[in-house]
Design a protein around this ligand. Structure first.
Ligand code: FPP
Length: 236
């Protein structure tokens, strides 16, 4: 959800105002995702690197997260959306952790789209943590190096709960930047990327729907080749 700060500064506002507008944009995008039958949507809200931001900005962000959860949980429940968090929650303020736990509890029986919020998340840290856990299993004699394959490693990442859905199909980055910024590095191996010029506060359901059309037009080969369509007729 990039570009909040620049959006605000261009209008002569303080950066935090961009985050306020950005947070307000989430509802429309989530509703559009649900209505298009998307199974999993992940929003990158706060990276491990974002801890370098001034305390005042961080405080606004955690306040917005808490407000979002308070306001939106009833709507998420109606839409059958489950909530998942990735990232190091132990660094979050106690009030944010409580708000997350309460929202997850209310939505725990939902079986529709999984909305994942990446909070204090960094993909390198996630990968290191998974490697560490596997090394510990080996040290304790419960696994050996040859047991490690891609599926096992995926199961050690924070997205493991998503199962097959943890392999990302589409990454959308707003605000014109064309970087990955330590986001789901393992999971995006075969993802399609769409970079949009709008800052996040100007990205809504309509833009999201446009991006989905672009994605639908992409040819995904997963490292293979596209075979010519077989002739129809002989064996039906
Ligand atoms: C990036 O824009 C955005 C963030 C670091 C925060 C995104 C958070 C929210 C939209 C609201 C809080 C979260 C939830 C889930 C309700 P930037 O500040 O880096 O923009 P810039 O690149 O223009 O400076």
């Amino acid at each position: 959800m990039d570009g909040n700060g620049r959006w605000a500064e261009r209008r002569g506002h303080a950066r935090f105002f961009g985050h306020v507008r950005g947070a307000a944009r989430i509802r429309g995008v989530v509703e559009e995702a649900v209505s298009q039958g998307i199974s999993a949507l992940t929003l990158f809200a706060f990276s491990t690197e974002n801890w370098k931001r001034p305390e005042a900005e961080r405080t606004v962000l955690w306040g917005l997260l808490e407000r979002y959860l308070r306001k939106e949980v009833p709507g998420l429940l109606r839409q059958n959306v489950r909530l998942q968090i990735i990232g190091d929650q132990s660094r979050l303020p106690e009030s944010s952790r409580r708000a997350i736990a309460s929202a997850q509890h209310v939505l725990s029986q939902c079986s529709g789209m999984v909305l994942t919020l990446a909070l204090s998340y960094g993909a390198r840290a996630e990968i290191i943590e998974a490697a560490r856990r596997f090394a510990q299993e080996c040290e304790q004699g419960r696994a050996s190096a040859t047991d490690l394959d891609e599926a096992t490693f995926s199961g050690l990442l924070q997205t493991a709960e998503l199962g097959d859905l943890s392999d990302v199909d589409l990454v959308i980055r707003t605000s014109g930047e064309q970087r990955i910024s330590n986001f789901l590095l393992w999971q995006v191996a075969y993802a399609e990327f769409v970079f949009r010029p709008e800052p996040w506060p100007e990205f809504g359901a309509e833009q999201f729907s446009d991006v989905l059309k672009t994605f639908a037009g992409r040819e995904r080969r997963f490292g293979g080749v596209t075979l010519p369509r077989p002739e129809l007729g002989v064996n039906g």
